[in-house]
Design a protein around this ligand. Structure first.
Ligand code: NDP
Length: 329
């Protein structure tokens, strides 16, 4: 019998283990054009917190009592689709479970870049594309720019740091704790702010970027966004990728420096990675070249076993990961 995690109740604030329930999924016979996949790696991502609320958003909410969805990589073990035979490694959205039945049209063969398959859930997958297009297409960052990125030790942030360095930008990252900050520095960041060290962010960023910033890649919102506004140079571009600081809080964000947008002609643009999927080939070409050149470092925080999914997910909100948070089956 296959097993899957379902949402048992809609969390209020920080989710609890009792909001999740493991359910058995009866084996279904394959229809024409479908494949059965043994999942080997499952992704947990901060955006999943939004799907736990019963509100209209860019992705529908998780249905209570049904298998949840999420990024997964696995091996096809049964196929009724000629294009995706048994033995093919694929990525797809039938995560939070050990086995998935999917239409072949909704799975993607893993590109042949000579990397571990789980990389396609992180640096070479959705978080990597978010970093790449958020930085280069949304923020239009270019050589010579000074870039500030929050959650810089996470999946998206650590990739932003490395792409920005590979493209000759100055990078300031922020992360929680000395160990993560050391790691971000080892990725090439020119300066790193430990936002948990107690110094107000506005002050810490003034010291790290005395001439101000041209680009802010926002993963956090709140005080990080406010500090970035305080130090935005004329015509700065802000790519608003995520605001993890507010995902579990109903509190309104206070931005004391918001009015700086006006005089400094700052452009602030939210985006969703799927806006850029049509350009995936460009991403794989460029990242593939960086991989070959040895300029990309990859880090993963791995939990083992399907049972670990809620722990891995909750860890995203308490800083439990360096690089991409994954569950290995
Ligand atoms: P990460 O791998 O960065 O994991 C989350 C990290 O965020 C934690 O490890 C923690 O690191 C940090 N964090 C958690 N809570 C807070 C807080 N209150 N204040 C500051 N930092 C906090 O996740 P991802 O790389 O997958 O995602 C990063 C951001 O990008 C998220 O906001 C996510 O929603 C967004 N995103 C947006 C997409 C889009 O299409 N717009 C697509 C993918 C991701 P630390 O220990 O440093 O605090």
């Amino acid at each position: 019998m296959a097993r899957a995690w379902s949402l048992h109740s809609r969390p209020e604030g920080m989710p609890k283990h009792t909001d999740f329930a493991m359910i058995d999924v009866a084996p279904a016979a394959l229809g024409d054009g479908e494949v059965r996949i043994a999942n080997r790696w499952l992704s947990v991502d901060p955006y999943m917190r939004g799907r736990m609320n019963d509100v209209k958003s860019y992705v529908p909410p998780f249905a209570l009592g049904e298998p949840m969805q999420g990024g997964a990589v696995g091996e096809v073990i049964e196929s009724r689709a000629d294009a995706v035979p048994v033995g093919t490694w694929v990525q797809h959205m039938g995560g939070w479970r050990d086995e998935a039945v999917m239409p072949a049209a909704q799975v993607q063969r893993l590109p042949d870049l000579g990397v571990d398959p789980q990389a396609f859930l992180g640096q070479l997958g959705m978080p990597g594309m978010t970093a790449y297009f958020g930085l280069l297409a949304v923020a239009e960052a270019k050589a010579g720019d000074t870039v500030f990125v929050s959650a810089a030790a996470g999946a998206v942030g650590s990739t932003v740091v490395q792409i920005a360095k590979a493209k000759d930008m100055t990078v300031i990252g922020s992360a929680g704790g000395a160990d993560k900050c050391d790691w971000v520095r080892s990725l090439g960041a020119d300066a790193v702010i430990d936002y948990k060290a107690g110094e107000p962010l506005v002050k810490a960023l003034a010291a790290a970027a005395p001439k101000g910033i041209d680009v802010y890649f926002d993963n956090v919102g709140g005080d990080h966004l406010d500090a970035a506004l305080a130090h935005a140079r004329p015509n700065a571009r802000f790519a608003i990728c995520g605001m993890i600081d507010v995902y579990n809080s109903g509190e309104p964000t206070k931005l004391r420096y918001l009015a700086r947008l006006i005089g400094n002609r700052v452009r602030m643009q939210g985006f969703i990675v799927s806006d850029h999927m049509a350009r995936a080939a460009e991403f794989y070409d460029d990242m593939g070249a960086m991989l070959k050149a040895g300029t990309l470092k990859r880090e993963e925080t791995v939990h083992d076993g399907l049972e670990a999914m809620p722990d891995a997910f909750l860890g995203l909100f308490t800083g439990g990961n360096k690089g991409k948070m994954l569950v290995r089956l």
